[in-house]
Write a protein that binds this ligand. Structure first.
Ligand SMILES: Nc1ncnc2c1ncn2[C@@H]1O[C@H](COP(=O)(O)OP(=O)(O)OP(=O)(O)O)[C@@H](O)[C@H]1O
Ligand SMILES: [Mg+2]
Length: 456
């Protein structure tokens, strides 16, 4: 057994014999960390890597491979099933990531309650004592004889226990606390995390154990983040949320069995995570008063259409370079829209500080929100409120033209269903939809036309 020093990139797991300033794998700077590993030729996972899926691997013609449709299991929450691509796939290895305290253990404990109806769940915790886990289960009203608790961090003991019990489900909370004795680096280090995950993957695929691994993500990335794991697992789901807001966004980041642009929304309450069925509820202020600087838009995340409120504030600037602050949208996109408004609509925004915020801590990257951002800025600048029953949909080009957006019909129908009565949108896309929805569709071909038509 020879002890060896290896350098890993903490962003992507790239391995190097010497320290490097810039990672050749992912181009990030100053991301290499030193780790001592004991190179044992008999490392358990090394034999597992080659034959993870079957004991004897043979070469087959692709056409000869017979597939049975994957079995999907209900997690008990439609919001989560959708993110998994229609339920969690039997025998898959899934990673749930998120910042400390966001609610990972809570959500998974609630899911266990449903999974336990199908088969035995082995809940392995390396972070919390049995009392802590039991207290949480009681608080969440999770009770089942099929949930087995095991307080362990050594992967050898865990493997033995899995072998002994043969559970249908395995929960590992969290991957950063698990370790392999044969590797001398500390739990949570890149080599440990990689090795432990590889061994869990081996178990999951070989014995068809549906495994959920919880992983911490730290903002500064000190602990080996689950980034490295993302390559190894089948599904990666992140729980996001603002510290001071109660709702949590469950987002699919990687999915080998479905689409990755789905999100699900939960509300963190005393009794646990509660599904939010009508997503638009939390992103709209629904104020009775008309307030200058707000505009509503319909965004699409996977199969969900969510109505959101964009707020803007323009104030006289006391700086040489006016401030531009963007929360929930890309700052470059904001700068571009300001430039278009200055040039095409003759608004003198260069003397104004401009703040833009998407309500509810949501991040929107799609260009369909452009028109609503521009209208919110215009509304604040002129200090005139836009009718709160109006929605804006459209991408804005550099010449000020309104461009086509995706999922047009779906958005229009959702807006209309929610009772909004005016939609300003791309003239060219309205076409056959005119008269078919209750909301009035107002076609515009440029940003200046939108401002003229709104008539404020
Ligand atoms: N007794 C309680 N009543 C209400 N809410 C609670 C209670 N205890 C914890 N919480 C909520 O649960 C959250 C922690 O949830 P949870 O332990 O599932 O998070 P986690 O992501 O697993 O955290 P960690 O990274 O520490 O493992 C807390 O931030 C808090 O909002
Ligand atoms: Mg936890």
């Amino acid at each position: 057994m020879a002890s060896n020093t290896v350098f890993f990139c903490k962003e992507c797991g790239y391995e190097s014999a010497k320290w490097l300033g810039k990672c050749p794998g992912c181009n990030s700077w100053n991301s290499f960390v030193e780790e001592k590993i004991n190179k044992k030729s008999s490392s358990k996972s090394s034999k597992g890597y080659s034959s993870t899926f079957s004991n004897v691997s043979t070469v087959k013609k692709l056409n000869d491979i017979v597939v049975t449709k994957e079995i999907r299991l209900d997690t008990g929450y439609d919001e989560l099933n959708r993110v998994f691509g229609g339920g969690i796939v039997e025998g898959s290895l899934n990673l749930i990531g998120g910042e400390p305290g966001i609610g990972k253990s809570t959500l998974i404990m609630q899911v266990c309650s449903k999974l336990a109806k199908v088969g035995a769940v082995l809940y392995i915790s390396g972070e919390e004592s049995e009392t802590q886990v039991k207290l949480r289960a009681d608080r969440l009203k999770v009770s089942s004889d099929n949930i087995l608790f095991y307080n362990e961090t050594n992967i050898d003991s865990i493997e033995d226990k899995i072998e002994e019990i043969s559970p249908k489900f395995c929960i590992v909370d969290s991957i950063q606390t698990m370790y392999d004795e044969e590797i001398s680096s500390t739990p949570g280090s890149i080599s440990q995390v990689k090795e432990v995950t590889a061994r869990l993957m081996y178990q999951a695929k070989r014995k068809k154990i549906t495994t959920i691994v919880i992983g911490h993500v730290t903002k500064d990335g000190v602990i080996a983040g689950p980034r490295i794991l993302e390559h190894m697992v089948d599904t990666v789901i992140y729980i996001e949320g603002e510290r001071f807001l109660s709702h949590r966004i469950v987002r699919g980041v990687k999915n080998r069995f479905g689409s990755t642009n789905e999100i699900g929304i939960f509300d963190m309450k005393d009794e646990g995570m509660v599904e939010v069925k009508n997503m638009s509820d939390i992103f709209l202020t629904k104020s009775d008063k008309n307030l200058p600087g707000t505009a509503i838009v319909a965004t699409v995340e996977g199969t969900s259409t969510i109505l959101m409120e964009v707020q803007a504030l323009t104030t006289h600037s006391y700086y040489n370079m006016p401030r531009r602050v963007a929360n929930g949208i890309d700052i470059n996109r904001l700068n571009m829209l300001i430039a278009v408004l200055e040039k095409r609509c003759k608004l003198s925004l260069s003397t104004q500080d401009i703040y833009v915020n998407v309500i509810g801590g949501m991040r929107v990257d799609e260009p369909a929100v452009d028109l609503s951002i521009a209208m919110a800025i215009y509304s604040s600048y002129k200090n005139i409120a836009i009718d709160p029953q109006t929605v804006f949909l459209g991408e804005i080009g550099l010449t000020g033209e309104i461009r086509n957006i995706t999922n047009f019909e779906k958005r229009i129908k959702e807006i209309s269903k929610l009772g909004y009565n005016k939609i300003y949108t791309n003239k060219k896309q309205i076409g056959s939809l005119k008269g078919k929805v209750e909301a009035e569709l107002i076609g515009v071909s440029s940003i200046d036309e939108a401002i003229n038509k709104i008539g404020y």
